[in-house]
Write a protein that binds this ligand. Structure first.
Ligand code: P6P
Length: 345
């Protein structure tokens, strides 16, 4: 076949816009557009998501400057998880609390870094108050080496009937009204779902705005790739080991950053499967149900994928404790089904 000579195509400005978006839309304008579709909306939900956007910009700036501002490394104590707290964990956590604290629609916040949920505005929270849960800086120990880190968040309706703050927070993942994450990597990427598909925004630091780059993210099929920390595979339950043996014999590639946000973002955009199985060290799995697994599960399902904890759909796992851990298998539906077929054997 002869190589056809092709004149370099003139690329006018119109041709360089993100393929899936033909408007210039910021996260703020997207949120206001969505709010306008709901006459009953009070604006509180939009206000909460804008606090998350503001926090994300601030945390991104702190991450970029961490080594120069000497805020890398450990604080010198452990958080409620018994993990060495990184200085930026504290900065990110404080940032989110300060931003959400000004939003009267937030009745309660729950953070990976704090033992108990914090009650912010139960009396003045208006008629539709919310609960916001977050992992302020997921994968923070990777920061020192320049690897991507992230923030993960989950939004629930505050349950006024609950006897205490914990009771309102402990709702199934299916009750989430919004979920998302911010990836602090070469770009700062805000991925959001409010139950109508998944939207992706990228921060343009020159104007300080998150710009819409994909209005309906769909997880691709057919990517032969898995993401797991195989160092622990000897202690994985047999079904996971059998799946990995099959993948090794069928030309799969392995990718693993060790930051859930980075690994899940790659699976969202490329397809494949991310797993954190039970191990000897973490018999229930390592990841936290309420503010890591559930929000990621909502994103993946809204993008057409599946998310399971063992053989139970992650968002249907019974929440029993704020910092409850769970195993996770999430990604392309057909790949998750393949893993499940080995778990059920
Ligand atoms: P491991 C980061 O510490 C984290 O909580 C997730 O972001 C990540 O997926 C997981 O732990 C990595 O754990 O045991 O592979 O280092």
């Amino acid at each position: 076949m002869t190589k056809s000579s092709t004149k370099k195509k003139d690329t006018s400005p119109a041709d360089v816009s993100p393929a899936s978006v033909d408007h210039l839309m910021s996260l703020q304008s997207h949120l206001l557009l969505e709010e306008a579709k709901h006459p009953e909306a009070t604006g509180q939900f939009t206000w909460i998501l804008s606090a998350l956007s503001l926090s994300a910009k601030y945390i991104a700036a702190r991450c970029r400057m961490a080594r120069l501002e000497a805020v890398l490394g450990e604080v010198g104590n452990e958080n409620v998880q018994g993990e060495k707290q990184q200085k930026l964990d504290v900065i990110a956590n404080d940032t989110l609390l300060r931003a959400l604290g000004t939003r009267h629609g937030v009745a309660i916040v729950a953070s990976e870094e704090d033992d108990k949920p914090a009650i912010l505005h139960t009396e003045t929270a208006g008629e539709r108050p919310y609960v916001v849960l977050f992992d302020p800086l997921d994968g923070s120990s990777n920061l020192d080496t320049g690897s991507a880190v992230g923030t993960i968040f989950s939004v629930l309706q505050h349950d006024r009937r609950a006897k205490d703050a914990e009771g309102s927070v402990l709702q199934h993942g299916t009750q989430q009204v919004a979920a998302g994450y911010i990836l602090y990597g070469p770009a700062t990427v805000f991925v959001l779902t409010t139950g109508n598909g998944v939207q992706m925004f990228v921060l343009d630091p020159s104007i300080g705005s998150f710009l819409l780059v994909d209005s309906d993210v769909r997880i691709p099929d057919g990517h032969k790739s898995y993401s797991v920390n195989e160092a622990y595979s000897a202690s994985f339950p047999e079904g996971y080991r059998n799946y990995l043996a099959w993948a090794h014999n069928n030309g799969y590639s392995a990718r693993y950053v060790g930051t859930m946000v980075a690994d899940v973002h790659r699976v969202l955009l490329k397809g494949g499967v991310f797993m954190y199985p039970p191990t000897d060290k973490a018999p229930s799995g390592k990841l936290r149900l309420m503010y890591e697994a559930n929000p990621m599960a909502m994103i993946i399902e809204q993008a057409g994928g599946k998310a399971y904890s063992g053989t139970i759909r992650t968002m249907e796992v019974e929440p029993e404790a704020i910092h409850q851990r769970t195993s996770v298998v999430l990604g392309t539906a057909s790949e998750v089904d393949r893993v499940l077929s080995y778990l059920k054997d």
